[in-house]
Every structure is written in C-alpha cells, then in structure tokens.
Design a protein around this ligand. Structure first.
Ligand SMILES: [Zn+2]
Length: 329
C-alpha cells in the first residue's frame, strides 16, 4: 500500500510538472484551471474578479459601509466589465479606484472610472512613472487597442489623488483598508492593499501567481526585499494582479523566483559569461535562454524567461535597477 501510494504521489508530481511545463509555454495564456472574467467571493464584502481575457488584469472589489473600493482601473474594456460586476454585487457607488501601478492593463481605464464618479488613487510613484513613460506608451497602445484609441485622449489620466507616505488608510465602522508602499519591485509605484481583519493582501504585479512577471520597469535585485516587507503582514489570501488567488505560498514562490533568477544570472556574470552566452536573439528579441531555474519556481517560469534573463543581466552588468536603464532616472 505504501509503495502504491508513493507511486501515485510520484505520478501526480510528474503530471503536475508536465502540466506546469506545458502551461509555461504560453507567457500570458490562460491555464485550464483559470476562471477568466469571473467573480469569486474571498470574504464577506470582498470579491476577486479574475482578468485574463483581452489583456485584462485582475480586480478586487471591496465593500465599505457606504461605498465600494476597486483595486486597479484595468484597461478601459476591463474597467467597464469590472464596473458592471460591481453594480451587480452591490448598489453602493464605487468611490475609490486604486492603481497598484502605472501599466496600461492596470491604469489605462482611469478615465472610465472618474467619468462614472470615482476618485482614482495611487502611491505618488505611479504618477511619477507615468511622467517618465507617457504619453509614448499610451499612444503606442492606442495603435493596437480599440478600447484605448476610442477614449480619444492624448495620454493616460493620472490618478486624481496620491499619497506620499508609506501608507494611507480608508476606514469606517465595517472595515479598515490599508494602502502600502514597500519599495521598488515591479515598478517605482508598486502599491499593496491590505485588509487586516480579513487578512487579505492585494499585490498588483509585485506578486503574480504564474509566469506573468514583466520586468521592463523593475528593480530585480530589490524585488525580494519588497515581498519580504509584505510577508510581515498577517495574510491568509493573496490576490495577485495576474493569475489566480492563493495563500501566502504565492508570495513565497514569487519571492523565490525573483531570488533564483537574480542568483542564476549573477553567477553567470561572475563566470565571465556574455549576454549572448545566456540569451539567443531573433529579430532583436530574446527567444531562448541557457539559464535554468530550479523546479521549485517552475510555476513562475514561462515564455518570458529569455527576456527576464536579458533584463536581469543588464541590471547586474550596469550596476543599477533595470527601470533606471530603460526609463531614465
Ligand atoms: Zn504590470
């Protein structure tokens, strides 16, 4: 019996590993266990809306005594879907929409929400990132996304309200909602939303549940330190910017992935390897890498790995965060 169970366990591990490998082939593709564009209740008055279609990020809808808070503005089309869901869940108005960071899939829907009466809110680093990267990215995105083009705006609408301390709180008789900045990981504006009573943490893209790590504005070396700060909170539910909801293990896994990625590339640099030894380019884009990460972080490894290796290599060899190399000071 023991041997049989062990064999079954090994088979399961093998199947899971195979599945993770296959899933890893698609960088942003939906997995079969994903529930794109559906709403799941996480706690009383706290709902997770999974994105995944049409480039949408995840949203979180939080019910306060008199109003709703939505985490992330999403792309304009995602904003409209999340708005419909919020109306279905509660008759209370959406008063605040929190941008976890400046990327289009999290912030380009800002004006859709403010037109409907909401106040967009973010850590000040989000506005600063927008000043660095916009309107170039908005105009570029408008070429391929109808929902962005149709807004007829010259650029993204920056958040209407920002906080410059490390945290900001909204609370009433029913709930306390904390907004935190723990440092530069995915972007220089990364905001977390924490519900202490419900032990819910919304992480934006500083923690994703799967192969969704985009590093173009990142500080790869500092990323694990930011997650370590978030791990000091008492957390039962991790609601990521992309991928499914999970528990604290999602934070630990994301932190380990960033740590292992940095470690592997640093050791290659230490051995005197050149970028072309690590990454194979095609049409000016990284398509293959010789860097292998341990099985423990397989869940976070996908088609994006060659690009992630290239970015990490440049960060280490130039001695400054990649976001400073790509996006200026
Ligand atoms: Zn992002």
């Amino acid at each position: 019996m023991g041997v049989f169970l062990l064999a079954m366990k090994n088979l399961r591990v093998l199947l899971l590993a195979t599945f993770a490998g296959l899933a890893g082939l698609a960088f942003f593709a939906a997995r079969s266990d994903a529930k794109p564009e559906t709403v799941t209740k996480i706690a009383d008055g706290v709902w997770f809306r999974e994105g995944g279609m049409d480039g949408h990020c995840n949203n979180v809808i939080i019910e306060m005594k008199d109003y709703l808070i939505v985490v992330d503005a999403n792309f304009p089309s995602g904003a409209r879907l999340a708005m419909e869901d919020a109306k279905r869940l509660s008759p209370k108005p959406v008063k605040y929409v929190f941008d976890t960071h400046h990327h289009g899939d999290h912030a380009y829907g800002n004006s859709v929400w403010t037109a409907a009466g909401a106040t967009t809110l973010a850590y000040k680093g989000v506005t600063e990132e927008m000043k660095r990267h916009e309107p170039a990215r908005w105009q570029d995105t408008a070429k391929t996304r109808k929902d962005v083009a149709e807004l007829n705006q010259p650029s993204v609408e920056p958040p209407k309200q920002t906080f410059d301390k490390k945290s900001f709180v909204l609370s009433d008789d029913t709930r306390r909602v904390e907004f935190h900045f723990f440092g530069w990981a995915h972007t220089r504006g990364d905001g977390f939303v924490y519900l202490p009573k419900e032990q819910v943490l919304c992480t934006g893209d500083a923690v994703t549940n799967g192969p969704y790590n985009a590093l173009m504005d990142a500080n790869v070396a500092n990323w694990p330190n930011v997650i370590a700060q978030a791990q000091k909170l008492k957390v039962a539910h991790v609601l990521p910017g992309h991928g499914e909801p999970g528990g604290p293990d999602v934070m630990a896994g994301e932190k380990l992935f960033m740590t292992e990625l940095h470690k592997a590339v640093k050791s290659a640099v230490g051995q005197g390897k050149k970028l072309e030894d690590l990454v194979e380019m095609k049409d000016n884009r990284p398509v293959k890498t010789s860097v292998q990460l341990p099985d423990s972080v397989k869940h976070w490894v996908g088609n994006g790995l060659p690009t992630q290796v290239q970015i990490t290599y440049e960060e280490i060899s130039k001695g400054k965060p990649y976001g400073e190399i790509s996006g200026g000071k």
